[in-house]
Design a protein. Structure first.
Length: 280
């Protein structure tokens, strides 16, 4: 694990505009850029944390991984350029502040400025916990687990989550599956009346391993309606969420009898599907 020092006050800008980089991570889930890295330590896949040495926001601002390791150049002690892919970047001013880091992630000289340095692996869980604790409400969404929680192969997670927010895919999914939760059968319209109509999350059920380069979303096979509670439970398991079938099994094992509650809601789901199909 490597800590990348960055001093925004000194005018060095590997991001080509930090705000643009933050927007790109928010929108596309990833931002790549060149970074001067220590060759022997920065092998591909190495986890990195971005540390801002700016006066205004000194602290941890982001997370990512080395995707291209630098060529070893013995004469160059500062390192040589490699490529880093950031999967989490916070706006300036929102860092995990240095005093909190000193208190909760001991054993690292947070006050010392270095361009990059290795930090011990056990600091990872502590940093993730702090990241989650200091998150804005949006980042605390269970659909966005703290950075570094997912294995490198699952970097597509942010893009997968975008399928769950794609309006046209959502429409097709709900037209087929209805708007009741596929796990517990909860219907917001039934419980809350008209304001609850069509309110339901859609969940993407394809595991990260199934998302090869040629993957195309099938809104009926790959998306299911889930209420926010069941959806949060699905994403409690990482990297691959619980499937709706597994969640139903967990529920019945915990004392909920499937069938007694599901059948009427399944009928409602059918009725909803017909209504939505007529509406579009
Ligand atoms: Zn549910
Ligand atoms: Zn989901």
């Amino acid at each position: 694990m490597i800590l990348l020092g960055w001093n925004p006050d000194r005018g060095d800008d590997p991001f080509g505009g930090y705000r643009r980089a933050v927007d790109e991570v928010t929108g596309a889930g990833l931002f790549r850029c060149r970074w001067i890295l220590p060759p022997r330590q920065a092998t591909a896949g190495t986890e990195v944390w971005l540390f801002s040495q700016g006066g205004r926001d000194r602290g941890v601002l982001g997370h990512g991984r080395v995707v291209l390791s630098p060529e070893p150049q013995p004469a160059d002690r500062d390192g040589s350029p490699g490529i880093v892919e950031f999967d989490a970047l916070r706006p300036r001013g929102d860092s995990i502040p240095q005093d909190l880091l000193t208190l909760r992630v001991p054993g690292i000289a947070w006050g010392v400025n270095r361009s990059s340095r290795r930090i011990p692996a056990p600091a990872g869980p502590a940093l993730r916990t702090l990241w989650a604790e200091t998150s804005s409400l949006d980042e605390a969404d269970p659909l966005y687990p703290p950075p570094g929680t997912l294995p490198p192969g699952a970097l597509a997670q942010a893009r997968v989550n975008r399928y769950e927010r794609d309006p046209s895919a959502r429409r097709v999914c709900l037209a087929h599956h209805g708007t009741s939760c596929a796990v517990c059968g909860f219907s917001f319209e039934e419980a809350f009346g008209p304001p609850g109509r069509d309110f339901i999350h859609v969940h993407h059920v394809v595991p990260a391993a199934g998302l090869g380069p040629g993957y195309e979303l099938d809104p009926i096979a790959d998306l299911v309606p889930l209420c926010p509670n069941c959806h949060s439970m699905a994403h409690r398991r990482l990297p691959d969420p619980y499937s709706p079938a597994e969640l139903r099994t967990l529920r019945s094992a915990a004392g909920f009898l499937p069938g007694t509650t599901l059948s009427p809601e399944q009928l409602t789901a059918q009725a909803d599907a017909v209504r939505i199909l007529r509406a579009h």
